[in-house]
Design a binder for this molecule. Structure first.
Ligand code: TYD
Length: 219
């Protein structure tokens, strides 16, 4: 088969940030913008994305009365992640689709590693094992002060009780924010920090400015 007819592998684009940073809105806007340009894409999320992943998500976010050590928490996220990568992400990128994923393994490095103290080397090794070393092609960290994130959560139309992780105290969420910024400094080629305190349309424009060249210049 001539090389030009071999389908290109799709890209994996991940979105990260503290609670209330606006990830879900930006993932949806990016999907719309790609589909308008006839770029096939799939939206998915962690924890979740598969029936097993959604069941694990339910435990992780809603089982407030269960004692859960940081390591147990990490292992549950990792189980969900392995199923997700195997059943959803790999097949999609092999089928030349761009995957827009709302959180991925960086969330474990930051939440379970930096903020809850699980050994970072162990996290790195297990992240590699459960993803078969699938590194995102581009990661957006939507950065916003913790107080603004909190305010946005409270103002949501579909206001609900904070989930198990949202209920951690402000200092936890501040350490998550700092953890993401530290991670971005350590991998500046892959990870882009976007100021998510700007209006939604401006955040979207900043994301598309970085994303579109990746999608159109890939060889
Ligand atoms: P989130 O993606 O913020 O969902 P929502 O759209 O409901 O706001 O919720 C997922 C939560 O799980 C969030 O608190 C971050 C946390 N999390 C981890 O602690 N580690 C992980 O590896 C992942 C993927 C998520």
């Amino acid at each position: 088969m001539p090389l030009s007819t071999v389908a290109k592998r799709g890209l994996l684009i991940t979105f990260e940030g503290i609670e209330g940073c606006g990830k879900s809105t930006q993932v949806r806007l990016a999907e719309k913008a790609l589909l308008q340009r006839q770029i096939p894409c799939v939206v998915t999320r962690e924890p979740g994305g598969t029936p097993l992943g959604e069941a694990i998500r339910d435990i992780l976010l809603h089982a407030k009365d269960l004692a859960m050590t940081p390591l147990s928490e990490f292992l549950l996220f990792s189980a969900a992640r392995h199923q997700h990568v195997t059943a959803v992400i790999h097949p999609a990128i092999e089928a030349s689709q761009t995957v827009l994923c709302d959180r991925y393994y960086d969330a474990s490095t930051v939440y379970q590693g930096f903020s809850r103290g699980v050994d970072l080397n162990f996290i790195h090794r297990l992240n590699q094992a459960v993803t078969d070393k699938l590194v995102p092609d581009l990661t957006f960290i939507l950065d916003v002060p913790v107080a603004i994130g909190r305010q946005r959560i409270l103002q949501r139309k579909t206001a609900r009780e904070p989930d198990r992780i949202e209920s951690y105290d402000l200092s936890f969420h501040e350490s998550v924010r700092q953890g993401y910024l530290q991670l971005a400094e350590s991998e500046p080629t892959r990870i882009c920090v976007v100021d998510a305190g700007q209006p939604v349309t401006e955040v979207h424009a900043a994301i598309m400015k970085l994303l579109l060249p990746k999608l159109t210049n890939e060889d």
